[in-house]
Ligand binder design. Structure first.
Ligand SMILES: [Zn+2]
Length: 666
């Protein structure tokens, strides 16, 4: 999903700009197919090894668009791929997050996540019956726990004891009937008028880890998702006038339907979730891009946004394919929700992303449509294909994806990646740096989503700080090297649910021990750094004076007049505050315009730069190219004996972003 922080800064940037009467734009918000077969080993998929399928779903769902209710029948094909015998299953019923104000999600003190709004109309999911396919037909659902663990007010994470143990390698099919009442859109999910966005809508198994533990968790306002791969076979029954977008690929064969209705059959193999949208007002465009059939569903009068979104995919899909491994699915669907349902925007699902923004979002100099499109597209790799645990390690998805987004935006637009107009350009990197510096020392990057003190901290630290850490690594250790390392990670761990130690192992291998050590400190130990220089000691080299013993005996030398020998001696001490040891360059500029560079490996607390030359040092600049974006204070990286104005210390956009942040706070 999109970061709250970004929304905030964009909002702030716009208010500041409109305050300057430069711009008057508002913020941008950010008949069934054969039953899926499960082979015991990983199937081949798009010419490469596919995922180990653990949980596959066949769902028939019927939407009552007036009551905003869905009645459905679901079959879950489950394989115990763990090493343990299972005595229970864990179900995520995340639509129950919106059942009442006491749920874990809605009682959150931070407001309901990014929307900051409570539900207006509540939503919930009722399982009517659950039985084992091929069993005695007994309803097992009454055997479930009634609430989430240790939380009597929450029903999003429920344990179901199995009637008999399931041995490693054994499989089980379950048959369920359920009903959804959709909420008015709270966050991501629900309806507004006749617009429906249907996510987290069906009874879904928690991810089964290899040791036999289910990675189950209640739906928390700060957390996203984690699930096993499988095949989804979903038939949607909707009113005939509605246009539908969904994960996977539409089976072109029309199915029998009641008058006034239509049946749409979608197949989404090798994914870990399924979401869909239905609205009677959608306009659509589609185009083949880099071998993928890309569709955009958008509201009337949003043609410019649809074109901007397609154009972003034209750039970013091949860009990400080359960097992070080829997108393996035949389709990609973009959904631009209507403005009244903006909280459904800026979200990722397998093969389907939501964008968002008012009809005029592409006017002016902002690239907000491009940012949201490229950000959500990037999730197809980090969330969709790599599929790490977003609850336990959100930085592996949102953080690395924010790095990928910024890199792609800057590859496309350069320093004006976020905003470029009216003589002002703001880059993604500059923006990330500002948020990262503001809150980076508060909490570690690598911690659970629900552990962050606030949604804004999560935004600043998980999204912006991870992006800034990775951008720093790229600038210090080489853009191509770091890009290749992240690409090695996304390729090696495609479909494999890696954790932080998997990520670090690839970084260590590709970037070396020193870089991995700094990266580890930055991500796991609240590492900070501030390089600074305080003063320049600089004096004419004195001529030799005093008593000297030599082959010719003892001689006394008297001092010559000052400057007589035209040599200067100087020393500059560079200090490193904080715990991050990153190599840095130090540049001396002398009065005669000559420059000298020295390199410090960053180890130790201080580094002496000794100088001798014909012209006095006038300026010292630590990290003159601003490679170390994690440097907490850039204003102390520079000192001069001549002028108080720092030359090229601030990238202009960075400076502007810092001013804005000073005005509004993070
Ligand atoms: Zn995101």
């Amino acid at each position: 999903m999109r970061r709250a922080a970004q929304d905030l800064l964009i909002g702030a940037a716009f208010s500041a700009l409109s305050g300057l009467a430069l711009l008057a734009l508002s913020k941008v918000q950010s008949a069934r197919a054969p039953t899926a077969t499960i082979s015991p080993s990983a199937a081949s998929f798009a010419g490469e090894p596919g995922p180990d399928k653990v949980a596959s779903y066949d769902i028939d769902a019927k939407l009552d668009a007036n009551a905003h209710r869905i009645t459905a029948h679901e079959t879950i094909h489950f394989v115990n791929r763990s090493s343990a015998t299972l005595k229970e299953l864990w179900f995520h019923l995340y639509l129950n997050a919106f059942k009442n104000d006491k749920t874990l999600f809605l009682r959150s003190p931070f407001g309901a996540g990014r929307s900051g709004e409570k539900a207006h109309e509540y939503g919930y999911i009722d399982v009517k019956k659950l039985s084992i396919v091929g069993g005695d037909g007994a309803d097992l659902w009454p055997n479930r726990d009634r609430h989430s663990p240790n939380d009597p007010d929450d029903e999003t994470d429920l344990r179901l004891p199995l009637p008999s143990p399931l041995a490693p390698g054994a499989s089980l099919s379950l048959e369920l009937t359920f009903e959804d009442q959709l909420p008015e859109i709270v966050e991501r999910t629900g309806y507004t008028g006749s617009f429906h966005f249907v996510g987290q809508w069906f009874p879904k198994l928690a991810r089964l880890e290899p040791d036999g533990q289910f990675a189950h968790f209640s739906f928390h306002a700060q957390s996203e998702f984690y699930a096993d791969f499988g095949d989804y076979d979903v038939t949607l029954d909707v009113p005939e006038a509605f246009r539908v977008g969904a994960s996977g690929t539409l089976d072109p064969k029309p199915a029998a339907h009641e008058p006034g209705r239509k049946l749409l059959h979608y197949l989404a193999p090798n994914v870990h979730d399924f979401a869909w949208t239905a609205w009677d007002k959608f306009e659509t465009r589609s185009e083949r891009i880099a071998g993928t059939e890309v569709s955009v569903l958008y509201p009337p009068h949003h043609e410019r946004n649809a074109e901007a979104e397609l154009d972003s995919v034209r750039f970013a899909l091949p860009h990400f394919n080359a960097r992070y491994g080829a997108y393996p699915y035949p389709t990609l669907t973009l959904v631009h929700p209507p403005e009244a349902a903006e909280n459904a925007g800026g979200m990722e699902y397998p093969t389907l992303i939501t964008t968002g923004g008012p009809w005029y979002a592409t006017l002016g100099g902002g690239h907000f449509i491009d940012i949201v499109t490229i950000h959500e597209l990037g999730h197809q790799w980090f969330y969709g294909l790599v599929a790490s645990n977003e609850h336990a390690s959100p930085f592996l998805d949102e953080g690395l994806n924010s790095y990928a987004e910024a890199e792609a935006m800057e590859a496309r637009y350069g320093m004006g990646a976020v905003f470029d107009g009216f003589g002002l350009s703001v880059s993604s990197t500059a923006l990330n740096r500002v948020f990262s510096a503001a809150r980076g020392a508060d909490e570690p990057v690598a911690q659970g989503a629900a552990d962050f003190a606030s949604f804004r901290n999560l935004g600043a630290i998980v999204y912006s700080r991870t992006a800034t850490v990775m951008a720093t690594m790229a600038r210090v250790y080489g853009e191509e090297r770091v890009a290749r390392a992240v690409g090695d990670y996304t390729r090696r761990f495609r479909f494999r649910h890696p954790g932080p130690s998997d990520f670090m192992a690839v970084m260590q291998e590709d970037l070396g021990a020193d870089a991995a050590s700094a990266l580890s400190t930055a991500l796991f130990a609240r590492g900070t750094v501030d390089y600074l220089v305080r003063e320049i000691s600089n004096a004419p080299e004195p001529s030799a004076a005093g008593v000297f013993d030599g082959p010719a005996g003892r001689q006394k030398k008297k001092p010559d007049a000052p400057h007589a020998i035209g040599q200067y001696a100087g020393r500059v001490v560079v200090y490193r505050h904080g715990t991050l040891e990153l190599p840095v360059d130090i540049e001396l500029t002398c009065e005669d315009g000559t420059r000298q560079r020295q390199h410090w490996d960053g180890h130790g607390f201080t580094h002496n730069v000794d100088y001798a030359g014909p012209s006095p040092i006038v300026t010292v600049s630590v990290d003159p190219e601003q490679r170390i974006l994690l440097d907490d204070d850039l204003s102390n990286n520079w000192v001069s004996t001549k002028t108080v104005r720092a030359p090229r210390v601030f990238e202009r956009g960075l400076y502007v972003a810092q001013l804005l942040l000073g005005a509004v706070g993070p």
